[in-house]
Structure formats: C-alpha cells, structure tokens
Design a binder for this molecule. Structure first.
Ligand code: SF4
Length: 323
C-alpha cells in the first residue's frame, strides 16, 4: 500500500440527475475513494457505469448532490462559484476524452493552450507565448504550431494539445477521462508514455479513466472498478487484474482482450453478457444481481458495502461472497 498522504478524498459522493415525476438517474451513488499524492488510480467499468460523472463531480465541473470531497484535508464547495473555479484550476485539471470536440475549432493552438494561463496569471504577451511554446515542445509538438488551428492536426497531436492545455497551469491533480480511447492503437502508447513522463517529472497525481483494462494495469498503482454508479472493487492494480474478487471485475477482466499474445493464449477469456441496467430509481440489493453468476437471495434485498478483504486491508470489495 502506498505511504504517500491522501490528496483527494471523496466520501459518500453522490450525483443524481432529476427526471420528471420525482424520478432520478443515480449516476454516482455514494462513492468513497481516497487518492494519494503522486499516485495513479485507474478507474474502469462499462459505459454507463458513472466513471466520467464521478471524475467531473470530483473536481467540481458538476455540482454534488450530496457527500463531500476534500483536497489536502480541506472540504471543497458543494457547488462551485466562479472564484472557486479560478482557485481550483491551479491545482485540479481534466484531460477530455475526445480530442476532436474538446478543442475550440475557431481558436489557434496558441490561444487554446495559453487560455488558462492568461486568465490565471499576469504574464506579458511575450512571456505567455514563451510558456506556450515551451509546453508545446514538452508534449512533443513544434512550437511553431501555435498559430495553426485544431483541424490541421491528427488525433494524437490534438490530444497532446489537450494535455498541454490542462498542464500549463502545473496542477497537482488531473482527471484523465478516457484520454486514449479515441486514438489509433499505434498512438495510444505514445500518449500514455507522455502522461507517465509528465507524471514523473511534475509529481502529478492522476485519476485515469479508461475502458482498456490492460492499459490501466500498465499505468496505474491502484485500480478502482465502478458498476452502475457504485464502487465494486478497489485494490493494487496488479492484484485486481490478476486476482479479481468481485464477480463483475472477474467478468470484466476475462472479457478484456490481452495485448500480449503469450498471456492471451494462456488466459481464460469470456464475454460479458447483458446490458448494464438503467440507473433510474435504483432499489436496494446488489446492483450486479441481475447479471451475477453467483447471485444469492440475500443479494436481491441487501446492498453490499465496500469493505476490506480479510487479511488484505489494501483491497476492498462490495460483495456478499466476502462478508
Ligand atoms: Fe453477485 Fe451477490 Fe456478490 Fe452481488 S453481492 S456480486 S449478486 S454474489
């Protein structure tokens, strides 16, 4: 278990979206997660599990419905005002999933990358240009590119622009929301290597949201598995990947193709069946009960809590098989 102090802590963090007639979407439902300084936590789960909503609520891009987030021990506001965004932008940032839609097509690369610094510093125009040029080169792009527009770049280059935009303020904590899923496989490793290099040189702490479990295992210190708005399992990334405990994690990992052909041959693979259920008006019981091969009567009425595994305090699982 990592010895570094907690940087970001969510306690019972909840984000519901209201629907007509008092119904609500339980996008994030009582999530506890502690992220330590200089740690990479990989957050995985199917589409619709609430990963992106959790990341956005954690850094204040979405208002919390209830629960708390603390940063270096200080409780963050329930709903951010403009001044809170200004303050938090210097320590928390987000890298978005789609490098095509997340960059304003009418702005030059220099304006996109320098926008945050312009708002949050009193640098002169020439110092601002120098900082933008230096960040473009740090993410592997030519400083001359600053006068060009986003449509002139490939997906991988656009994601590098998005990374420079997020990191130019030198934040401590970054939520990376599926930063590689829109990229060609050949470019994914380059972007992951860049993030790892920047993490090491800047001492960053990352929440790395992804579909690709093999990539998450590779980059993360710990892995957190979300299902239908709640945490199913958390633990050291290698342990969760090679020895998953929660039935959902087991199926998710078994259905994930392994890029190493030797490992793929020796692996017992399967396919996850059925759809993730609707997150509207979730009742009591285990959220995975409808798809779980080990479901018991108790699972349908009693919600399992996320608890440490016996003898493995660094692993937590929300399943009645372990209580
Ligand atoms: Fe399956 Fe029951 Fe565990 Fe849920 S609590 S994952 S239904 S065994």
């Amino acid at each position: 278990m990592t010895a570094s102090p907690p940087l970001v802590v969510s306690e019972n963090l909840t984000k519901f979206f209201p629907l007509p007639k008092g119904r609500k979407v339980h996008a994030v439902d009582g999530v506890d997660l502690t992220i330590h300084e200089r740690e990479i936590v990989g957050l995985v789960g199917e589409s619709g599990s609430g990963k992106t909503t959790f990341g956005k609520t954690l850094i204040g891009l979405l208002a919390k419905t209830s629960g708390t987030v603390t940063y270096r021990g200080k409780t963050l506001p329930q709903q951010y005002e403009a001044a809170d965004f200004r303050r938090q932008a210097k320590v928390m940032q987000m890298i978005f999933q789609d490098p095509y839609s997340s960059l304003n097509p009418r702005m030059t690369v220099g304006e996109i990358v320098g926008e945050g610094l312009k708002l949050h510093s009193d640098l002169s125009a020439s110092d601002l240009r120098d900082r933008v040029a230096s960040w473009l080169s740090r993410v592997g792009l030519e400083p001359d590119y600053m006068s060009r527009y986003p449509h002139e770049f490939s997906g991988g280059q656009r994601q590098r622009i998005g990374i420079a935009r997020a990191l130019i303020l030198e934040p401590e904590f970054v939520v990376c929301d599926e930063p590689i899923s829109a990229l060609d496989v050949s470019v994914q490793a380059q972007v992951v290597n860049l993030l790892e290099e920047l993490k090491a040189s800047m001492g960053l702490t990352l929440l790395f949201i992804a579909h690709d479990l093999s990539m998450v295992r590779y980059i993360s210190d710990r892995m957190a598995v979300m299902y239908l708005g709640a945490m199913a399992e958390i633990g050291p990334a290698q342990d969760v990947f090679f020895e998953p405990k929660h039935p959902y994690t087991q199926i998710l990992i078994a259905s994930n193709p392994e890029p190493d052909p030797n490992l793929e041959r020796s692996r017992k693979s399967t396919t996850i069946t059925g759809e993730i259920p609707s997150p509207v008006d979730i009742g009591p019981g285990c959220r995975f009960a409808a798809r779980c091969p080990h479901v018991m009567e108790q699972c349908r009425v009693q919600t399992p809590l996320l608890l440490p595994l016996a003898g493995q305090p660094d692993r937590q699982v929300a399943c009645h098989l372990f209580t």
